[in-house]
Each structure stands twice: as C-alpha cells, then as structure tokens.
Design a protein around this ligand. Structure first.
Ligand code: FE2
Length: 287
C-alpha cells in the first residue's frame, strides 16, 4: 500500500480508498447490529452527545474504556426518558474496546491492512487505545461538533492518530466527516480529563482559549471500505444525519507506546492496550 505522505503532512488527513472490501464492511455492520440487539437500553439509558460532553459523561461512559458498551442518541428518547425509536435506529455509538474484545472487530483492527497504514504514516510502535462504531442512524444521527482528537486521547508528546473507516458510503447527505485542511498545525486547545472536583467527574483543561477555526472545512465523502487517516490535532466534525439511510463508520485510535498516557485521561483501562503485531514485536516474543 502506497500512501501519499506529502498530502497527509500538508492536510493533516488522508483518504485511503478500498482498504476493506465490501464483505468485510457488511460483516462489521452486521456484528454491530448483533451487539445492539443484545443491548438492553432499559438497564443502561446512557446518551452520548458531543454537544453536552461534560453533562452526559456518566459511569457507563467513564467505565467503557476496556468494555464494549452501547450509547443512545439524544433524540431516541422523549422528555421522560422513554425510548421512542426502534433500538437499531437509536444507538449513537458502540465503544470503546472492540479492537480487543470483539471477535469480529478485533481481527480487522489488529490485522495487516490497518497496521500497514499506521506504519506507513510513520508511527513507531502504535498502541490500539480506543475503538468505536459510530452508527449515525437515519433521521436522528447526532452531529459531532468540531474537535481535535488529542483533546480526548491526550498523550505527552501528542501522538493520537485516528483511522476512521466508512462501513457504509458516507456523503454530505448522511453526515460524512468534514475536516480543516492544514488544521493539524493548530495548537491543541483543550484536554478532556477526569476531575474529581467536578460534579460530573470530568472537565476540560484549556491550553489555548482561542476558538478553533470555523471556516475552510471540506467534506470527506468516503465509499464503504475507505479509511480516513486523521492527525490528532486536525479539527474535524460531522453533521447530523437527517437522511433516510444510516452512515455507519468505525473509528480506531492509535497512540505511540512510548508517549506518556496520563492517569487522569478520561479513558482508562485495567490492562495494557494491545499493539499491532509488528515483525519487531513478533521476533521479540519469539526470542
Ligand atoms: Fe474525532
């Protein structure tokens, strides 16, 4: 696989088509719906929305770093908290440890295609720290407000890289990604972290109070099987999905093993996160 590194370093993102075939995408979608079918929203009525990130962080969310859990769309509930959508059309996302625990997602996450991209963009020893299916269901799929991924997966030095994979065709109509070309040269504005002094247990630490640019974003339409590589500081967002078809995507986030991962990052695990099975690690294991 040949990656256009000059383009990646210029833009802070890179569209890589045809990484996964259609059959693999379909298997991943079907698996996502199997997870949703097994989910009981009456037990865990946890909504995920980026427009109210601090207010909606709860134990179900904060404990999801090494679990596979479902989160509801805000518009799937009425004012009393009752579910008003069919369950398959009510889920915002499934996260955040499919890359390790799920028998269908883990082999894809840890397989050669994504490892080749990680190595190709120059990652040294990538750790698979977070994964999520972003369902973006028809009609009520929530918007994801503009952000930098390093805000949510902060390391020192900064190292997070996103592999955003379209499992269904993503278009402007059903809520594709938008990103700011060159925006990865923007300073990191904030860090989302655990804060025991906050009523919700989380908060934002601000490094730079200036707002992220709002203009100049371009749509990253992507056919199923396409990987969009996202630099950790590039501002990106996606709109609400008001169309009649879902925009299911899978996002895998990588960090460098050598980077410090703060103990107050929101996402914590009880065991070490997996790494790609690179040739280097394989030979070490065999020695
Ligand atoms: Fe993101």
């Amino acid at each position: 696989m040949t990656l256009d590194l000059a383009r990646y370093h210029q833009d802070g993102f890179l569209i890589v088509p045809d990484v996964l075939d259609r059959a693999t995408c379909q298997a991943l979608i079907e698996r996502a719906y199997a997870i949703i079918d097994a989910f009981d929203p009456a037990e865990h009525r946890s909504v995920f929305t980026t427009t109210e990130q601090v207010r909606t962080a709860d134990d179900w969310f904060l404990g999801s770093g090494d679990q596979v859990r479902c989160f509801l769309e805000a518009e799937a509930l009425d004012a009393t908290g009752a579910l008003i959508r069919p369950k398959r059309g009510a889920i915002n996302k499934i996260g955040h440890n499919l890359h390790e625990l799920d028998p269908v997602y883990a082999p894809v996450c840890q397989g050669p295609a994504l490892a080749a991209i990680a190595r190709g963009i120059g990652m040294d020893d990538p750790v698979l720290i977070q994964s999520m299916v972003i369902v973006k269901p028809a009609l009520i799929g929530g918007e994801v407000v503009s952000h930098q991924d390093s805000t949510f997966l902060y390391t020192n030095p900064l190292s997070v890289t996103g592999l955003w994979i379209a499992l269904e065709d993503a278009t402007v109509d059903n809520g594709c990604l938008w990103a700011l070309p060159g925006g990865h040269r923007e300073a990191l504005r904030q860090r989302f972290h655990r804060d025991p002094t906050s009523p919700t247990g989380v908060g934002f630490e601000t490094f730079d109070p200036s707002p992220l640019p709002e203009d100049g974003f371009v749509p990253l339409e992507a056919a199923a099987g396409t990987v969009v590589v996202l630099h950790g500081q590039v501002p990106h967002r996606s709109g609400a999905n008001r169309s009649t078809r879902s925009r299911c995507a899978f996002a895998l986030h990588l960090i460098e093993a050598a980077a410090e991962y703060p103990r107050d990052n929101w996402l914590q695990r009880t065991t070490p996160a997996p790494r790609f099975c690179t040739q280097k690690q394989g030979s070490e294991q065999g020695a």
